[in-house]
Design a protein around this ligand. Structure first.
Ligand SMILES: [Zn+2]
Ligand SMILES: [Zn+2]
Length: 160
């Protein structure tokens, strides 16, 4: 016989407040609770996902819509931060390369995203590719020197 579930109404987990019990039960007899999100949406959550213990992924702390938005927002923030760091790094790298590389390289956009923003095809981060070339990159295409060498070796093979 499944035991009577503890009353959890009023408990708060992140944006969710438990408002009433659901008639739904998991296969193992776990209770589901209807929770109200601060945005007004309700979400049915299994009892064992309502916890304030630090666990990797099981905890539910918002309605589906808010959880989705949170995830999207944090990815967006992370990308924005990484892009800012990439630009900062590129500026630093390029400063050190002044006079050592063609001036026009230093006038290229700083990063892939920066090039896209400006509608340009090439950018120069002032970093070496995996093959050790210090060279501008093509958006979606990688190192320009690599690309040139590749087409050279292809020609060589063809003329052999
Ligand atoms: Zn919500
Ligand atoms: Zn290369």
């Amino acid at each position: 016989m499944p035991s009577k579930p503890t009353n959890r109404i009023g408990e708060v987990y992140g944006k969710l407040t438990v408002v009433r019990i659901s008639s739904r039960r998991s296969k193992s007899g776990n209770t589901y609770w209807w929770c109200k999100c601060t945005c007004g949406n309700e979400r049915e959550v299994p009892s064992d996902s309502l916890s304030n213990k630090l666990r990797k992924k099981k905890n539910v702390t918002a309605c589906k819509k808010c959880a989705h938005e949170n995830a999207r927002e944090s990815i967006h923030k992370k990308n924005e931060y990484q892009e800012k760091e990439r630009k900062k790094q590129a500026i630093q790298n390029r400063k050190l390369l002044e006079g050592k590389v063609p001036q026009k390289w230093l006038e290229l956009p700083l990063t892939d995203a920066h090039a896209r923003e400006l509608g340009e095809k090439h950018f120069f981060r002032g970093i070496k590719c995996l093959n050790g070339h210090l060279s501008p990159y093509r958006i979606n295409g990688g190192c320009l020197t690599c690309a040139k060498e590749q087409s050279k070796t292809i020609n060589k093979h063809q003329t052999k």
